[in-house]
Design a protein. Structure first.
Length: 130
């Protein structure tokens, strides 16, 4: 019968043999010995693989693409990314700005600031505010 320690040791050994589906930025920095800024600069130049967006703010690099870069970093060229394949999300205020100008809602910070002088004149006694 296996005891708990033997089971834990065997699971650690098998877990270390499995490659991850995607490498995150910390792993890529450790594997390539490049800084974050250098990685993103090389991505912009097309000299490093593009990350895959995993959802939200998470992105990762497939192991095959990283291995292709590790095999020959000086001659690596990333395949061009077409505009159609790149999904563009609408800007945060897209729906608000897409309305006609008269029907646009104000930002939360702007509500209550319009016409504050007129409101002060109404509340103040006559002759107090010129």
């Amino acid at each position: 019968m296996l005891d708990v320690q033997e089971l834990a040791d065997s699971s650690v050994r098998t877990a270390s043999l499995v490659a991850p589906a995607f490498y995150r930025i910390a792993d890529v920095m450790r594997l390539t010995a490049l800084s974050r800024a250098t990685i993103y600069r090389r991505i912009a130049d097309g000299r490093f693989p593009h990350p895959v967006h995993l959802g939200g703010r998470a992105c990762g690099w497939p192991p095959k693409e990283l291995q292709a870069w590790i095999d020959n970093p000086t001659k690596y060229r990333a395949p061009p990314v077409s505009v159609e394949s790149k999904q563009m999300r609408p800007h945060r205020n897209f729906r608000r700005l897409n309305r006609p100008r008269l029907f646009r809602q104000k930002f939360r910070t702007q509500v209550g600031h319009e016409g504050s002088i007129e409101k002060a004149k109404e509340k103040a006694p006559t002759g107090a505010i010129p």
